[in-house]
Write a protein that binds this ligand. Structure first.
Ligand code: FPP
Ligand code: MG
Length: 334
């Protein structure tokens, strides 16, 4: 069956999909909590466990789901091992968010006060360090090349964050710099989750296309995140909106608006940007100059590219769900 058929079918999640996603998350979350509770290497005891447990809840578990679907699609069925590798990816993801919250001075994440806000930066940094080290300990249970792939992905994450920090404040950030940053800070982990899932399945012919699928989905996911920072609701997102503008981060909507705007207005906006003033005015200018619509069309083009990479992969339930999840990720509200 050609991918086009999937696209013309409803991308609505069926009751079977919803039941699968619900039970996956329930099982994953239960064992995730147990992993921390039972870890004998958390030397400072109850306090550290309490902090670590606080940050585990609330995520969508998207990366572990992608890993699971890629493994199943390529014929691997050991649920226990798939789950442990899902822990690796999710631990790195959560730890990087904790560190990101320290760097952004953020108060809220996933609808709760951040650890850096409630317990201070040192505790947030150290809890994140603990979660990273636990992730690598679990990754080492797996054969080559999985631990190395995970470690390289984490290096990219640091690189992406570094580049974003270095280039922040630049109103004229180029599209290629932006894409490189979001590849490193976001798409790499999507690519990594799907890649290591496919490696478990040991299906070399699908590995390349699936990994690239992960990369394009990651681009689209981050651009959607950046769009939601403009037009989302902080209640739905569980974090403040317009934080990118407040932090001086030029993202896809602004980059797109720049290309459509009048030169005079653009220089006025640059002046406001440099003075870190009136971010609402910059927001209105981005919207008026089609920044959101254009950013959405960039997302859509990445998702189309991602879909086309699955054309030659054998049809199965997991492939269908993967396509639905990717396409729906653009329309999410949180
Ligand atoms: C959130 O993005 C942050 C990230 C996706 C990556 C953060 C990465 C690090 C802190 C480096 C990690 C280093 C290693 C070695 C693993 P965002 O700020 O755009 O989103 P937000 O609005 O949710 O904060
Ligand atoms: Mg942030």
């Amino acid at each position: 069956m050609k991918i086009i058929l999937f696209q013309s079918q409803s991308l609505k999640l069926s009751s079977k999909d919803l039941a699968f996603l619900k039970s996956f998350k329930l099982e994953f979350d239960n064992d995730f909590v147990k992993l921390i509770k039972d870890d004998k290497f958390l030397l400072t005891g109850m306090y550290a466990k309490k902090v670590a447990l606080k940050v585990l809840s609330g995520g969508k578990r998207l990366r572990p789901i992608l890993l699971y679907l890629a493994a199943s699609m390529t014929g691997y069925n050991n649920r226990k091992k798939i789950k442990r590798l899902g822990f690796v990816i999710e631990l790195i993801h959560i730890a990087s968010l904790m560190h990101d919250d320290v760097m952004d001075n953020a108060d809220m994440r996933r609808g709760k006060k951040t650890v850096s806000y409630e317990n201070g930066n040192s505790i947030a940094i150290l809890t994140g360090d603990y979660l990273y080290s636990l992730a690598y300990r679990i990754a080492l249970e797996f054969e080559k090349p999985i631990p190395e792939i995970v470690s390289i992905a984490a290096s990219h994450l640091a690189e992406g964050q570094m580049e974003e920090t270095r280039l922040s404040g630049n109103f004229f950030l180029s599209f290629s710099d932006y894409i490189r940053i979001i590849y490193n800070k976001t798409a790499v982990m999507f690519e990594c989750a799907i890649k290591i899932g496919s490696i478990l399945g040991n299906n070399a012919s699908d590995l390349r296309n699936l990994s690239r699928f992960g990369r394009y989905l990651g681009y689209s996911f981050q651009i959607t995140d950046d769009i939601l920072d403009y037009i989302g609701s902080s209640a739905m997102l569980g974090k403040p909106v317009l934080s990118d503008l407040a932090e001086g981060k030029a993202t896809m909507p602004l980059i797109a608006a720049r290309t459509c705007s009048e030169p005079q207005e653009r220089s006025n906006m640059k002046r406001l940007w440099d003075k870190k003033e009136d971010i609402q005015k910059i927001e209105s200018w981005v919207i008026k100059n089609n920044g959101i619509a254009l950013a959405k069309s960039v997302c859509l083009s990445y998702i189309k590219k991602a879909d086309s990479l699955l054309e030659d992969i054998k049809d199965c339930y997991e492939k269908e769900l993967l396509i639905k999840i990717a396409n729906r990720s653009i329309f999410r509200e949180k």
